[in-house]
Write a protein that binds this ligand. Sequence first.
Ligand code: ZN
Length: 543
Amino acid sequence: MRVASARRSVPPEGRDLAAGALVEFGLRCNSCGAPYPSVGAQEILTCTYCGTTQRMVDARQFLDHFTAQVTAYLRQTIPPGAEVGAGGTVDATARLAAFNTSVRPGLAVESDQYRFALFNLLAAPFAVLPFLAPRPPPAPVSAAAISMFVAKVQSVGPLAVDEASREMTLRATGLASAYQSLIVTADLLRGTKPERFHLAAENLTNASAAVGSLRRWAPVAGRLEALALQARAADQVAGGRPEEARPLLGSAGSKLAEAGGLLSATPEIGFMSTPVEQELALVRALGSMAAIVSDSAPVSPHPLVYLQRLGATLDGLAQALPGDWGAGYRAPFRWEEILARASEARRAQAGLGAVRSVAYGGGILVPFWEVELPYNFETGVLWTKKGREVSERLLIAATFPTDPANLAGPGVYRPLTDVFALGRGATGSGRFYDRMTGKEQKISESGSLAALLQSATPTSIAGRPAAPPLTSRHEALKLVRAYLNEVRAAHPKLAAQLRTSSPRVLDLVYVPCTVPGSPPVPGLGALSPLSVGDPQALLGLAS
Ligand SMILES: [Zn+2]
């Protein structure tokens, strides 16, 4: 925020405070409190910090209110005779005494509130991404109110005549100004103004400058400067200019990494190294967005439409899914992973790379997680009893959470190859005999899956419609565990045989699917999952 335009008038010698306002200010924005750099005769003013438009008459009214508030503060706080004008006759000792008794206590309380609020805000990642809304929570105080606090502190500046009180006022104005700028940034990011990334960058630059001169806050200034660069990069990506985003992202990444290192070694603000790690993930996520825009222009849907739909899908999952599932979609590391995979698939669709995919079959290519599922089971009775080890494979549709029915209860069977269902189905006299004599080789059945996986190789999928994965390994593992619990709960006999299991998610494989269709994965026959997610969501991203 800009405070330099606050002009302090010099009162005539001996003039009492009560005689009138001792401070004058220029016109300022009634929404965020930032001053207008220069104002001509225009009727409508647009703030260059928050983008709010207001009438001149409203800006004048706000200025009157602002000045009255600061003047009232001065009257209440400063004892008669200890006037704040630099030309006053009161000596330094008296000024300092006035500062210590009348100004310091209230200033310390309010300044601490802003310092904690700033800590609180910066304890979470504050990076700017287009298409995905980070949704910072609304601040408990308005930016305009903070600008008033800053003006009050500056108005009592002439009383701060020793080192300690000067440092206190500088610290108070620096931290409050930074907080003000970050509140404006957060408000912009909650909105939809097309110029919001550009304005966010301006505010982040101001926030960086406001804390830059404060002792021990230099690493925070570095962090905010890096975030300003990222906001500029976001502006370029959202505008379809990925080449211009790249150098900005490079600088943002190295500045953030440097700030993270310094932060972790600084007491009081060391906790910020954790959100900085997440911000680095968001820089990389934005890098993947830039790659999607630059590398997949000929792929349908258009890259910017694709990113918009992908962002809306992930935002939708964050809001609609219950508990842990939804929380995962608010994590920067999840966005980073999904966007990196999406970029890989779009490149392969544009003929620039390859993804592991099954060659045969038509329809939409849907990504599946290949999971290794080793288990032990006990077979035989009495003296034939023995344990066997089996290494089974599972496929899980990496798009499964788009249908919430796939997440809970017996629904967890639907998006995967239910290998134990087929195993249970293969009962007959032969199977019974095998079990009695301990010749049973496995209690699961994966049918045509092995052949399908064998045919999957890194392939160009140029010109083919493909959906991106909407999960990471983390969700895949979570679903396998839920599946095994369901299997155990529903089939006590199988549970008694099935000893241990520690599934491992291997990699993605793209499989041709019929969307919508039943079964959706014709290549797997009876083993086909029942659901690969919401067909509308998949079709929107694939074509
Ligand atoms: Zn404004």
